[in-house]
Design a protein around this ligand. Structure first.
Ligand code: GDP
Ligand code: MN
Length: 381
């Protein structure tokens, strides 16, 4: 679960990270009165759960409360990467002289949290990683000891932060790590952390991604969820407890079991295609789950073909096949479907699908190859 910027900043502030003064508005007139209270220039920022709002025109500076009202009207009418903007954050504007990146996340390879800093903040850290990898510095954090002051000092020195800011920077690093740990986050990020003209450090943006498995410990954070603001496919997947991660490719993958889903994505890539998603419909693969999975995959306009890869263990393949057929009846996909069923009663399952004119494959490799071929054919039309 992701938190909005204004929610993330509030969590950061509780841990002693300095943030700009500001308030959240759902209407333009509320935005105007917040701007009035703040006085001076303000920045009006779309609160949507995606990055790159600045580039999309969702972060704008206003010189007066009237202008803030006007900008809020525009921004509240926007959709950013498909998501409607229902709230704006109105913050006092600052003049940054430098933009720093500071974040903490889980490093799965190292099996511990890692704090990452860069002097090149403000833009995507992935972009910096590509263009100037040496500009990104990391410290690995012992989960039992927590972030140590000397590690934060090392980050300050490695990003060549002017000495007069070190004390404050170290305090912010410790505060950010505390916020990350306290909320059971998988990511806590300040991008940018700015140095202002009057020589202060300030978190201008904030992002927290909570670990859903830790949510039961944080009812106060769960309350912050506003389901209207989640991407519809992700919301549906969450409600039906399917694991769904949207990716950028064209081959929709519907699979039971996380390991099998990973293998399916690997073989799709090996066959020269790009998976459109990771989707684990879980055990059972009942008609209902198959239908939901199919609906989620088809809601992605990039999908040109659906690859269904199901292993019938306790669930029998003929049952799964009936699930697929009834899902097709309800969802009426317009893209080709390639299925690979193995396990208990597979012959019967495959016959049912073949009778319904579906493309069936006997091995995963073959299924992936056909799916990639089909996706390229669709591309040519
Ligand atoms: P994001 O694009 O979704 O990451 O949104 P950010 O909150 O990071 O804002 C994008 C960019 O807008 C920042 O990197 C800053 O350069 C700029 N920005 C945000 N707030 C202010 C502000 O108060 N004053 C100025 N001058 N620029 C700002
Ligand atoms: Mn940002």
């Amino acid at each position: 679960m992701k938190l909005h910027e204004y929610q993330s900043k509030a969590v950061f502030a509780e841990s002693g990270v300095p943030i700009p003064r500001g308030g959240v508005a759902s209407t333009a007139s509320e935005a105007k009165s917040i701007a009035q209270e703040l006085g001076g220039r303000v920045v009006v920022k779309a609160q949507v759960l995606v990055g790159g709002r600045g580039k999309a025109g969702g972060v704008r500076l206003a010189n007066s409360p009237l202008e803030a009202e006007d900008l809020a009207t525009q921004i509240l009418g926007m959709r950013i990467k498909g998501l409607p903007v229902s709230k704006v954050l109105v913050d006092e504007a600052v003049e940054p002289v430098a933009e720093i990146y500071l974040g903490v996340t889980n490093d799965r390879m190292m099996g511990c949290p890692v704090m990452i800093a860069s002097s090149e903040g403000g833009i995507d850290i992935e972009e910096v990683a590509r263009s100037d990898p040496e500009k990104i510095v990391r410290v690995y954090i012992d989960p039992l000891l927590g972030l140590q002051e000397f590690q934060a000092r090392y980050l300050a020195s490695a990003i060549e932060l002017p000495r007069n800011h070190w004390r404050e920077f170290i305090k912010i690093c410790l505060g950010l790590f505390n916020a990350y740990k306290k909320t059971d986050s998988t990511l806590a990020e300040i991008n940018p952390l700015v140095i202002t003209q009057d020589e202060k450090l300030l978190a201008l943006d904030g992002k927290i991604v909570l670990d859903d498995n830790g949510l039961f410990r944080h009812p106060e954070l769960v309350e912050m969820r506003n389901i209207d603001e989640e991407a519809p496919a992700e919301r549906e997947a969450r409600i039906y407890s399917l694991s769904y991660v949207k990716l950028e490719g064209e081959i929709g993958c519907m699979v039971n079991g996380a390991g099998l889903a990973m293998a399916t994505m690997d073989l799709t890539k090996l066959a020269g295609g790009e998976p459109a998603n990771f989707l684990d419909i879980g055990g059972g693969a009942s008609a209902e789950k198959v239908a939901v999975g199919l609906r989620i995959i088809l809601s992605d306009p990039n999908v040109k073909v659906v690859l269904v890869n199901v292993f019938g263990g306790i669930t029998r393949c003929d049952e799964v096949a009936r699930g697929i057929l009834s899902a097709i009846e309800s969802e009426k996909p317009e893209v080709p479907m390639v299925t690979r069923l193995v396990g208990t009663n597979e012959a019967e399952g495959r016959r049912l699908l073949a009778d319904a004119d579906m493309i069936t494959a006997s091995s995963l490799k073959e299924a992936a190859r056909i799916a990639v071929e089909k996706s390229k054919e669709v591309g040519k039309k």
